[in-house]
Ligand binder design. Structure first.
Ligand code: HEM
Length: 444
């Protein structure tokens, strides 16, 4: 049995660096210790697996090898019944319940709504001189996920939910996740108390909605959960429904919004990419059919490359439930292990000139699930992956078809931590104006 891999020392310092400069920290560790290294962290020491082979070891291990990592830190934030924290049979069962609404025909049924919401939000943003791409895309992805969760569109109610979800997400500061000792209410003061108040507000809105779904179920996700039965015939508790729904709202909107903000930034810093993309989109005519947008190969490559270069989640941790063999190392039970999306996505063997934005690379080569994994993998792979890609392509397609964007910040943004996610610093400030197709064509 070999020792644990080498790595940096000092729990407080490594946690601080991971919190404040995650990408620099991971790149620096890989340069110093190689692509598998150990990091002492407040949430539990963790081995980072940064090569396709080590990612494969983790993703192909039998599911009961691992349990969720840092449950103590995450449970107060997302709820103990959150899919992210379940394991074993219950995890499998709830995934089976929650996955179908985000795939196939049920996913495609959202195409027109995604395009409509995007068209409306970009038009609103064009009324001001300075908009922030991330705020526009967040408003879009939130509208979309709220519709998926609640089915019908009821503007006053959806906007109350949207406000409550944004308030909760904004209050979820990275420090609360990475330094769990900060999760104290301190007589109603401080960041954790603020977060709890916002959760309580969201929960109150949910309770009303749960009652409505019980009285008149529709074909939305809330109704699905309300009518779901465990093997013994019992139904999900209100608390379990609430935890699952807020996980979907949390996991399903900011991620997509950040990815879209990056995609808008990258495409506008690479004129050749933008021109090729516009040609592809314009060939579908004005107001392109959203499902046809989602089938465009270069648009697909652009979205994939944005998620490769700046993964929204940089690593996907699990905790060993029993001794786990990782290459030449054996990890003891209780040790965290995290396939590192960021490091694999920057492997120059797989992605030549890895820091360059080059969507073409996805047209000429297929990557295995251990080489390209913006949505994680194995039995915990993101259940919203297909939905998110579908939405990204439709929203970006609608945006570029109808609007011209000017980036207001000359310097490319650096990735900064939101909470479990990373996004572009400053959110990508932009100015928009309607495209004059004729004029642009003539100028080209
Ligand atoms: C670009 C957008 C998105 C990105 C980059 C993303 C990324 C991820 C990643 C990296 C994981 C962890 C996977 C692992 O541990 O191996 C995950 C899990 C998850 N995601 Fe997403 N996600 C996105 C959109 C969505 C959407 C739209 C939904 C809504 C359905 C969603 C719901 C979830 C859920 C429920 C999990 C937990 C799965 C489990 O533990 O079994 N995500 N996502």
């Amino acid at each position: 049995m070999s020792r644990l891999p080498r790595g940096p020392q000092g729990r407080l310092l490594t946690t601080y660096k991971f919190l404040t400069r995650p990408t620099e920290f991971l790149f620096r560790c890989a340069a110093t210790y190689g692509d598998v290294f150990n990091v002492p962290m407040y949430n539990g020491d963790i081995v980072i697996a940064g090569s396709p082979a080590s990612v494969q070891d983790v993703m192909t291990a039998p599911p009961d090898t691992f349990v969720p990592y840092a449950t103590k830190a995450i449970a107060p934030l997302l709820g103990q019944h959150s899919l992210l924290l379940l394991s074993g049979e219950r995890h499998k069962r709830e995934r089976k319940l929650l996955t179908p609404p985000f795939h196939g025909d049920r996913m495609r049924a959202y195409a027109a709504a995604m395009a409509d919401v995007a068209a409306r939000r970009f038009a609103e943003a064009a009324r001001v001189d300075r908009a922030v791409a991330q705020e526009i895309t967040q408003a879009i992805s939130l509208d979309v996920i709220i519709r998926a969760v609640f089915g019908v569109e009821e503007p006053p109610r959806t906007s109350a939910f949207a406000r409550a979800v944004v308030a909760m997400t904004d209050a979820l500061s990275p420090a609360l996740t990475f330094l769990p000792f900060l999760q104290r209410e301190l007589g109603g003061l401080g960041p954790y108390a603020r977060f709890r108040r916002r959760v309580d507000h969201l929960e109150a809105l949910f309770r009303e909605q749960i009652e409505r779904a019980r009285a008149a179920p529709g074909d939305d996700i809330l109704s699905l959960l309300v009518s779901a039965r465990y093997d013994d015939g019992s139904s999900m508790s209100d608390q379990a429904i609430f935890d699952e729904l807020r996980t979907l709202l949390f996991a399903g909107h900011e991620t997509t919004a950040l990815a879209l903000a990056w995609a808008l930034d990258h495409t506008h810093r690479h004129p050749a990419v933008l021109a090729r993309l516009r040609d592809e989109i314009d060939a579908l005519g004005p107001e392109p059919d959203p499902e046809r947008l989602a089938a465009l190969p270069y648009l697909d490559a652009v979205c994939k490359e944005a998620l490769r270069l700046h993964p929204i989640v940089t690593e996907v941790p699990r905790m060993a439930a029993r001794p786990f063999r990782l290459g030449e190392h054996t990890l003891p039970p209780g040790r965290g292990v995290a396939p590192c999306i960021l490091l694999v996505h920057h492997d120059p063997e797989l992605y030549p000139e890895p820091s360059r934005f080059r969507p073409e690379r996805f047209l000429s080569r297929k990557h295995s699930p251990f080489e390209y994994l913006p949505f994680g993998g194995g039995n915990r792979r993101c259940i919203g992956a297909a939905f998110a890609m579908f939405e990204m392509k439709i929203v970006l397609g609608v945006a570029l078809s109808a609007w011209e964007f000017r980036l207001l910040d000359e310097r490319p943004p650096r990735p900064v931590r939101r909470n479990l996610t990373l996004g572009p610093a400053g959110g990508v400030p932009v100015a928009l104006r309607a495209r004059g197709r004729g004029a642009l064509r003539a100028a080209a």
